[in-house]
Design a protein around this ligand. Structure first.
Ligand code: ARG
Length: 258
């Protein structure tokens, strides 16, 4: 009888130490905790859908979040929405985290928290070759496309104070390029890192960086007072220090920022 009890205890102990137990970093049943990430997958190479390869969202931000989640022991589910809906999604707690090449502006910081910046870009005016738009002054009397809710929309409004042009917004970056090609927009304001991809795909486009414009850095956005901000910042720093972030930058942007 005693022997039976001892064997039972040993089995129970093994069970507790192995799969039957719940470990610290995992949720119930040994499953990793799932974080809901929202993005606006219209922003190659940050996040986009390659229709030829199926509809999975891929890009720099996707690789980055997976590298961070691996470190921290989370599973990530990604949902796609318009850029303008991302901050509201965090506020409504419909997403835990946003990676969308999003710049941590003072305005947004009123509603969401941000990690440190992981990549920086500049504002660029993109137009069709032969449009004669070489400076901001050349925009006079023209129509400039912006992505709704982006900091480029804010930048356009700022430029409008000096030069009289019309601003039109769209939800998705490819729509801006399409409107330009259709002749409805004369130019669009897009980050240089994203514009680069359009120049490669469409030889009819050109652009210039707006001089002494402040940098448009990207950071991870989280719910206000999110419990995750601190650990993501720490993991981000580890990726920076180990050179892994640099590797992802070279993979997706083809060049280093150093
Ligand atoms: N960095 C800019 C901003 O925060 C543009 C980001 C647009 N991102 C996107 N996935 N469409 O406003």
């Amino acid at each position: 009888m005693k022997k039976g009890l001892a064997i039972f205890s040993v089995i129970l102990l093994i069970c507790m130490l192995s799969a039957c137990g719940t470990s610290q970093t995992s949720g119930s049943g040994g499953e990793k905790k799932v974080l809901q990430m929202a993005t606006s997958a219209d922003y190659k190479p940050f996040e986009y859908k390659d229709t030829a390869k199926g509809s999975d969202i891929m890009g720099f931000d996707v690789d980055l979040i997976h590298a961070l989640a691996d470190k921290l022991g989370y599973k990530i589910e990604i949902k796609d929405m318009d850029f303008n809906s991302l901050v509201p999604a965090l506020q409504a707690k419909q997403a835990d985290i946003v990676l969308a090449g999003m710049t941590p502006t003072e305005d947004r910081k009123k509603n969401v928290d941000f990690t440190d910046i992981y990549y920086t870009a500049k504002h660029m005016i993109v137009s069709k070759k032969g449009s004669g738009i070489k400076t901001v002054d050349d925009l006079k009397g023209k129509t400039l496309g912006v992505q709704l809710g982006s900091i480029q929309e804010g930048k356009a409004k700022e430029l409008q104070k000096k030069t009289a042009f019309k601003i039109e917004n769209r939800n998705r970056i490819p729509d801006l390029v399409q409107e330009m090609n259709a002749g409805r927009f004369d130019a669009a304001i897009i980050e240089d890192t994203v514009a680069k991809g359009y120049f490669e795909a469409d030889k009819n486009l050109e652009g210039f960086v707006i001089q002494d414009s402040e940098e448009a850095g990207s950071a991870i956005a989280l719910q206000k007072d999110s419990p995750y901000t601190k650990e993501f910042n720490k993991a981000l720093k580890e990726l920076k220090d180990s050179g892994e972030l640099e590797k992802l930058i070279v993979k997706w942007f083809g060049g280093s920022q150093k």
